[in-house]
Design a protein around this ligand. Structure first.
Ligand SMILES: [Zn+2]
Length: 564
């Protein structure tokens, strides 16, 4: 939420995607054409514009809404990426109104939190019981006879009464309990026990009886504990779901609450141009910033290129190793700079296309040795790619290029000697990007969503170790022995396979790097499947379209402002 936006048109060494034009070595690997410099400076591409309008209160907002409603009609997918509002205490009325609405928001959230807190409390209570049963089942799992026997003596046998329970007759046979702990399940015959432990027949008779009772109790108790454990686990999972529902309900309120900052609550105000309103004379009553992204696919008029690779319906698979390493996992200039958890390890089964937690060694369904992947890979392959194939968010597997608009809207309320006014500035930037760059931006949207989720979890006091698994599966994971699951054990062959995979990966990486250098440096042809011919094909086919899309938007805004 407070994280910066991953920049398109980033400078060399900056976090983000650098623009590549003319003879850039990266052409072919991706396409990103758009403005690099800030508004007002020289702009080669003519893909950036700043439009300012001042009018009666309400006029600026209506401009914003008309643009947001118009974009989908032109075929764009529109998302609001960030929003914030800041109210100046110098404007008493407006400030108080905002404080009041913030307080109203706060009490709604608090009421919601109270209900959620009840669910969290229920959850904790059930979880406590669950832990107790888990402890008991752990004894069975580890075949910890000593602890089980101690439990039998204190919690079962003790209730059989004076003169019968082992505790009550222990004064007569001080070694009785010690000897009871020595017994094996097959020790049932008094004579054999007397001989084995070198004790009196009388003591051996008691021990034989107690041992028989103990073994019977163990069977009954194990079954009871197992079923109680499963029931509890089901209840705990149900509560977890309830908490998730509360979270979903609270999310929009919390997001709104978080974006409303009073006075100097927000540490840094992003737009310097808006900030100046405050600096002038404290005339601004509020400032409000919104960032929106809009994109749609571009198809050239002349399609002559042969598809390089058709995979799962894509002309070119949008997730490639260059983008993965350069713009996602790179800890200095990639998305991982802002969202370091993207590089966390996840395990992956190549055969089943399934992801597992980092500590898993072998695939749960086919048993093969797993590969190392990352959280970023998992999000992309399990969330973004399916969305893409289903053509959601105006994504199209057959399109290779998109026009992407980055629109910043800064609105300010002004108090002038002649009355109130509203001022709005639209900063419109147009980019031509290849689909793999759009994939990075969509991943960024998901990252922002996840961080909001984490913030809500923190507020609710939930440790987000989300276990979205079947109860039965959880049971088996916790107690593989007593719920009869084959324990995964690595054979020497598996170990070899694992090592070999690592070694092979290193070789493949090494040789593919050499190949890259060779093709780009020595053979004078650029690697990658995207357009390499900037002057002719990119400029003529795509940039003209991007340019006309840019013109439609700026023309529309100018018309609405009455300045065309
Ligand atoms: Zn598998």
């Amino acid at each position: 939420m407070d994280k910066p936006i991953f920049k398109l048109g980033a400078g060399k060494g900056e976090v983000g995607v650098p623009v590549n034009i003319a003879n850039d070595k990266t052409l072919g690997l991706y396409v990103c054409s758009g403005p690099e410099e800030a508004v007002g400076e020289e702009d080669k591409t003519n893909q950036i514009m700043e439009l300012n309008f001042t009018g009666k209160p309400g006029t600026a907002s209506s401009l914003y809404y008309s643009l947001v409603f118009q974009l989908p009609k032109w075929g764009y997918n529109v998302v609001k990426v960030d929003e914030w509002i800041e109210v100046s205490p110098t404007h008493k009325e407006y400030y108080e109104r905002t404080v009041a609405s913030k307080q109203a928001l706060e009490s709604t959230i608090k009421a919601g939190l109270a209900s959620a807190a009840q669910s969290v409390a229920d959850f904790e209570l059930l979880n406590h019981d669950l832990r107790k049963y888990k402890e008991v089942l752990d004894y069975f799992e580890k075949k910890d006879e000593h602890s089980l026997k101690a439990m039998f003596i204190d919690q079962v046998d003790a209730h059989t009464g004076e003169g019968i329970s082992m505790r009550s007759i222990a004064p007569r046979w001080p070694t009785l309990i010690y000897h009871f702990q020595q017994l094996k399940p097959e020790d049932r015959e008094p004579d054999a026990i007397a001989k084995k432990l070198k004790i009196s027949k009388a003591e051996a008779v008691i021990l034989a009886t107690k041992n028989k009772l103990y073994e019977e109790w163990k069977d009954i108790f194990l079954n009871a504990a197992k079923s109680r454990y499963e029931t509890l686990l089901g209840l705990v999972e149900a509560r977890r779901k309830t908490i998730t529902e509360y979270k979903e309900w609270l999310k929009p309120y919390l997001a709104r609450f978080r974006m409303t900052r009073l006075g100097g609550e927000r540490a840094h105000i992003r737009a310097a141009s808006v900030k100046s309103f405050f600096d002038v004379s404290g005339m601004a009553t509020f400032i409000n910033g919104v960032s929106i992204w809009a994109w749609k696919s571009l198809k050239p008029i002349d399609v002559k290129r042969a598809p390089a690779e058709v995979r799962e319906g894509f002309v070119i698979y949008p997730y490639d190793s260059y983008v993965r390493e350069q713009f996602i996992l790179n800890p200095y200039t990639g998305l991982a700079r802002y969202y370091p958890w993207l590089v966390h390890i996840r395990k992956y089964c190549n055969k089943d296309k399934k992801y597992y937690p980092a500590e898993t060694i072998k695939c749960k369904s086919c048993g093969s040795v797993l590969d190392n992947r990352t959280v970023a890979d998992e999000i992309i392959e399990t969330q973004i790619i399916p969305m893409w194939k289903a053509k959601e968010l105006k994504l199209d597997p057959t399109a290779l290029y998109y026009v992407f608009f980055d629109i910043d809207v800064d609105r300010a309320g002004l108090r002038l000697p002649v009355g109130e006014a509203e001022d709005i500035t639209f900063t419109v930037k147009a980019f031509l990007i290849s689909q793999n760059i759009l994939l990075v931006k969509i991943l960024e949207l998901i990252c922002r969503e996840r961080e909001l989720e984490r913030y809500i979890d923190e507020i609710l006091g939930i440790r987000s170790e989300h276990k979205e698994k079947e109860v039965a599966e959880l049971v088996k994971e916790d107690f593989p022995n007593i719920f009869k699951v084959k324990k995964e054990k690595l054979t020497p062959l598996d170990e070899f396979a694992m090592e070999w995979k690592e070694v092979k990966k290193k070789y493949v990486d090494f040789f593919s790097k050499i190949k890259k250098v060779k093709t780009s440096e020595f053979m004078f042809s650029k690697p990658g499947d995207y357009e390499k011919d900037f002057t002719d094909r990119i400029t003529k086919q795509y940039l003209t379209e991007t340019g006309s899309a840019f013109n439609s938007i700026t023309k529309f805004l100018k018309q609405k402002m009455g300045v065309s």
